[in-house]
Design a protein around this ligand. Structure first.
Ligand SMILES: [Zn+2]
Length: 233
């Protein structure tokens, strides 16, 4: 069987050294979802394609190969998002975005990819706190996967929630009266922030994001496990 070139706009979500001077690169392509490709010889001095194997690199990739075994033959960079690595908070948040995108892209998710690119751009610009940007991304991620959450109203009795909220598998966000026996508690402070309120305390924003990560695990079965959450709490 012949091998054909594949062209795809893709971002590097992970890269590990492989053999003497290769990198094994996990890419998420806009139209292709997640795939693994080898960047041959890219650890050698002056290697032409080294940047194509750097996490965060977004570009037009040309791959050759078939049946899930690909080699990167060309890449023209669209955006490196390199400035994200200048600030530790942005860097951890950016790694979390790549991790989430990779874990949710077994099938192509063009909308989530756009959301991830927007989020990385916001982290790079540094105009807003990293944890606020993360909150927006995680809420958008849930919404794009059919799990839009309303933290202001009970999903069963429709009352305005004014205090703690509760998450139930079958019902989503519910109030104290509708919580039943099996629930995850969302404390009043996190709830108010996730409902769109202000939260001046950075640590508390981090805690709210950790709750969102737990809800993502409950609803989508994907554990976003990067240093972002452990470093903050
Ligand atoms: Zn209720």
């Amino acid at each position: 069987m012949q091998t054909a070139d594949i062209k795809t706009k893709a971002i590097v979500v992970r890269a590990v050294p492989y053999k003497e001077s290769d990198m094994l690169v996990t890419l998420v392509g806009v139209d292709m979802g997640k795939l693994t490709a080898t960047a041959r010889g890219c650890l050698k001095r002056g290697a032409k394609l080294r940047y194509a194997a750097e996490p965060f690199n977004f570009g037009d990739y040309v791959l050759s190969g078939r049946n899930g075994r690909y080699v990167i033959t060309e890449c023209s960079q669209i955006e490196s998002f390199h400035a994200i690595t200048d600030d530790l908070d942005s860097y951890y948040a950016g790694c979390m975005v790549l991790d989430a995108l990779g874990k949710l892209s077994d099938e192509p998710q063009p909308q989530l990819m756009l959301s991830a690119l927007r989020t990385l751009g916001a982290l790079e610009s540094g105009q807003e706190d990293a944890d606020r940007i993360v909150t927006k991304f995680l809420l958008e991620l849930l919404s794009l996967n059919g799990n839009q959450l309303d933290f202001a109203h009970c999903n069963v009795c429709k009352c305005n929630i004014d205090g703690d909220a509760f998450f139930r598998d079958a019902d989503g966000i519910v109030c104290e009266h509708c919580k039943g026996l099996n629930f995850i508690r969302i404390d009043a402070i996190s709830r108010a922030y996730l409902a769109g309120g202000e939260q001046p305390d950075r640590r508390l924003r981090g805690e709210a994001n950790a709750i969102l990560a737990q809800l993502i695990y409950e609803m989508l079965g994907v554990r976003i496990s990067t240093r972002y959450f452990t470093e903050q709490i």
